[in-house]
Design a protein around this ligand. Structure first.
Ligand code: AMP
Ligand code: MG
Length: 525
């Protein structure tokens, strides 16, 4: 291990802590965190790590190979300077205030300052119970840990703001889980992920203080978050809390546009899973769209109401920001700045969403006519049950004229469709659309080189398809982690052609359509 990682643990130094330090489940009042140590595990073994995240934190290649690395990131040892804690937060879950939630299975180890002066908080997930664990065990299973690890890194390389992942360590201990909530609990291998971000502060941290009427703590949390995580906001400006709220709204908008661009469905957009930095956080029952179905959610727990389905995410983010605004109300005698922040969310989202759609379709901008074309294209993609990622790659790689023959025109899109009959039925409209798309795409006002470059940057070849993640999990569970490593490596360059890895760009195979882990996931991870 490196002689000295430099820790500067501001969260525990500057915010009030829980006076009790027994690790018992309880309501924690008047405090932002509780001191708690990870619970050691039987046999911590490093399954995978992201070398670029390790480098960001300040580790060298020799460090990951040491057994000490697995011990620290499995929760069996602490490095000098670490001060482990669990944070107190609440949240609205599926539209309802849920009271205190908190880090029930996450334990932050400390805040590293790296050689470039950047702050990176290290947080274990699955490292044992905390005062916030309620009735659960504080542990995580291997399958969900691999999913969080791979997706954190995949999203980063796709250009989506996200928390990062340093490592997955298997614990050598089984964890009991009822994956389908049907009373058939099974023992599964356990694991611990170490995730890394400048801050893990969520909307829920503020909501909990306000729900309890603890305005002093609310103010402390706000001042702290601005000082540590938004240092560019003027320290003494009276309007800085308003500016800060607006910035959180704008960052959230940007994150949402990226989710929509790559077809990401978070699955559990509760307010405790919303980062103030606008980072994608808490990878649970998430998924990427295979066929373009805006009504899809991977989360079986949400199968009935589909509150968190793909198309609903921008509206849910706004609803969450409104709950965040509610939490900040005690600091705003005049509510106008909070309303303005929400307005900024809508404005930023709309502007960036339009620019994103234009980029994906290869249009210079989205004027009224091109907007209609884009919406028609998406509508046809849904009707024809086409693959979101492969369709946009086919447009990006489109070469030559669109055939006058409908079937030939549609066939030129390649292996994009999941249902023969639907593709056939949609073929005339789709072929007509392709002709109009191409005419628009090559019109006099288009700088083709510039729009082509924008398409290349907006339309990935590789996403973390659920069935691929599940295959990697199945193999890792059987003792072979090589597919985890290969997926991680592939997803480092999601926009590049990678000869030999074409199989990872394939559309979802038919066997995976209804298989657990491949198209549906529960919160029970
Ligand atoms: P999530 O849906 O993963 O965001 O979790 C919601 C809340 O439940 C958070 O407070 C988590 O810390 C807590 N939680 C989820 N799983 C566990 C677990 N296995 N043990 C303890 N707490 C958990
Ligand atoms: Mg959570």
């Amino acid at each position: 291990m490196p002689a000295a990682l430099k820790f500067d643990n501001r969260f525990v130094r500057e915010l009030p802590g829980d006076p009790l330090n027994t690790n018992e489940r309880r309501q924690v009042l008047g405090a932002a965190w509780s001191a708690v140590r990870p619970t050691p595990v039987a046999k911590p073994t490093l399954l995978a790590h992201a070398r670029e995240v390790a480098a960001l934190v300040g580790f060298g290649p020799e460090d990951h190979d040491s057994s000490r690395f697995a011990e620290v990131f499995g929760g069996n040892a602490l490095l000098t300077g670490m001060q482990p804690y669990a944070a107190a937060y609440g949240g609205h879950q599926f539209g309802h205030w849920a009271g205190q939630l908190g880090d029930g299975r996450a334990i932050s180890l400390g805040e590293v300052i790296n050689a470039r002066g950047e702050r990176w908080e290290l947080q274990l997930k699955g490292a044992g119970p905390t005062p916030y664990s309620r009735s659960a065990d504080g542990r995580a299973v291997l399958r969900s840990s691999i999913r969080e690890f791979l997706c954190s890194e995949a999203m980063h390389h796709l250009g989506v703001p996200t928390t990062r992942a340093l490592s997955v360590v298997t614990t050598g201990e089984p964890v009991l889980r009822d994956m389908f909530y049907d009373g058939r609990a099974e023992l599964e291998p356990g694991a611990v992920v170490c995730r890394v971000a400048p801050s893990f502060i969520r909307f829920g941290n503020f909501e909990l203080a306000t729900a309890r009427g603890d305005e002093a703590l609310l103010r402390q949390l706000v001042d702290f978050t601005i000082a540590r995580d938004f240092p560019h906001l003027a320290a003494d400006a009276p309007a800085r809390v308003a500016q800060w709220f607006r910035e959180v709204c704008e960052r959230t908008a940007t994150m949402l546009v990226h989710w929509m661009r790559v077809g990401f469905v978070h699955g559990v957009m509760n307010t405790d899973n919303m980062s103030v930095l606008g980072l994608t956080i808490d990878y649970g029952p998430y998924g990427f769209l295979d066929d373009f179905n805006p009504h899809w959610t991977p989360n079986t727990t949400d199968a009935t109401g589909k509150r968190y389905r793909y198309s609903q995410q921008p509206a849910v983010a706004q609803w969450n920001l409104e709950r965040f605004a509610d939490a900040l109300q005690p600091l705003f005698p005049d509510l106008e700045p909070l309303k303005a922040g929400i307005g900024a969310y809508v404005e930023r989202f709309n502007a960036e969403y339009r620019a994103m759609l234009a980029a994906k379709f290869g249009f210079p901008t989205l004027d009224a006519e091109r907007e209609r074309l884009a919406q028609q294209g998406l509508g046809l993609l849904m009707e024809a049950e086409g693959d979101h990622t492969r369709f946009f790659r086919a447009l990006t790689e489109w070469n030559g004229a669109v055939s006058d023959d409908d079937a030939t025109a549609v066939a030129a899109l390649g292996d994009v469709f999941y249902d023969e009959a639907k593709r056939e039925a949609a073929a005339p409209a789709l072929a007509d659309w392709l002709r109009r798309w191409q005419a628009s795409r090559t019109a006099a006002d288009v700088d083709v080189a510039a729009t082509q470059a924008a398409m290349e940057g907006a339309n990935p070849r590789f996403i973390l398809r659920n069935y691929l993640a599940q295959q990697a999990i199945d193999r890792a569970t059987a003792g072979d982690a090589s597919m985890v490593h290969e997926l991680l490596d592939t997803l480092r360059r999601p926009y590049d052609a990678q000869p030999g890895r074409e199989a990872f760009t394939a559309k979802r195979p038919e066997w995976a359509r209804h298989k657990a882990g491949c198209s549906m996931l529960s919160c029970s991870s």
